[in-house]
Design a protein around this ligand. Structure first.
Ligand code: GDP
Length: 255
């Protein structure tokens, strides 16, 4: 059974005051407009239109909350980087988004959806740099992987992982395709623990090379992942030092 099955719509927030009371753990999804975020959410929840696949980039300007059967929340954030949003609307959304991402206690981590053909754009980098001081994990879905050959997609994945390793030990990445429905199990393995959900048991064809628990060294050989306790120790230390950094800063979210 899938971790994200049976998601139901809770509410759309337009202001920080509209957010549901914090409590259950939640995971937020962000990404450039048209990167494939809505399709990725729909694939994960096994629902064709839960997150509306917008035909107009940047149209969804609301924070949408969905509740999973275990009580955890899945949060769909507005796409960023769409130039045609009018100035005042953009400013409003910058404020709401940065307020949500910086202060939401029940937010366990951020999923950034990127088109595998154009990963880590300057706006994506800004988003990572901006979220990093929270000390919370980021998991990147390199989606539309079906558009590249397997070897080119895996080279991109290695390049993205080595960039993330420079940024934070709890930033991770995987390949994903909503169209081919690949990478779903790997995503469940990465996100389940954030939400306190058990990991999925089923096997998924083609997803093995993608499992987030495996780490690749500089030459692309697989290395054993550090134990969870080691990871947690490292994360706590980093999180503390980043929290110190964060106090001195008040950066804006990319819009
Ligand atoms: P969003 O703006 O980030 O929510 O992006 P959408 O989910 O609306 O997707 C943008 C476009 O990319 C749509 O035309 C989708 O059909 C297409 N798309 C999304 N995911 C995939 C994928 O995994 N493979 C392919 N080939 N196309 C995709």
């Amino acid at each position: 059974m899938s971790l994200f099955r049976n998601a139901t719509f809770v509410l759309s927030a337009h202001e920080l005051g509209d957010l549901p009371p914090p409590g259950a753990p939640e995971v937020a999804f962000a990404g450039r407009s048209n990167a494939g975020k809505s399709s990725a959410i729909n694939a994960l929840v096994h629902h064709n239109r839960l997150a509306f696949v917008s035909k107009t980039p940047g149209r969804t300007q609301l924070i949408n909350f969905f509740r999973l059967s275990g009580g955890a929340l899945l949060v769909d954030l507005p796409g960023y980087g769409y130039a045609r949003v009018p100035g005042p609307t953009q400013k409003h959304w910058e404020g709401v988004l940065s307020g949500y991402l910086q202060t939401r206690g029940s937010l366990r981590g951020l999923v950034l959806v990127m088109d595998v053909r154009h990963p880590l754009t300057s706006l994506d980098e800004t988003m990572l740099a901006w979220f990093r001081p929270t000390g919370k994990p980021v998991h990147i879905l390199l989606t539309k992987a079906d558009k590249l050959s397997r070897s080119v997609a895996e080279t991109t994945l290695r390049r993205v992982r080595s960039r993330l390793a420079e940024l934070a030990p709890n930033f991770s990445a995987q390949l994903f395709s909503a169209l081919k429905r690949t990478g779903i199990e790997a995503a469940e393995q990465a996100l389940g623990p954030w939400l306190g959900l058990a990991q999925g048991g089923g096997k998924e064809a083609g997803a093995d090379a993608n499992a987030p628990s495996r780490i690749h060294d500089a030459r692309g050989r697989k290395k054993k992942a550090p134990s969870r306790t080691q990871e947690a120790r490292g994360r706590n230390k980093k999180a503390l030092s980043r929290a110190h950094e964060a106090r001195g800063r008040n950066k804006k979210a990319p819009s």
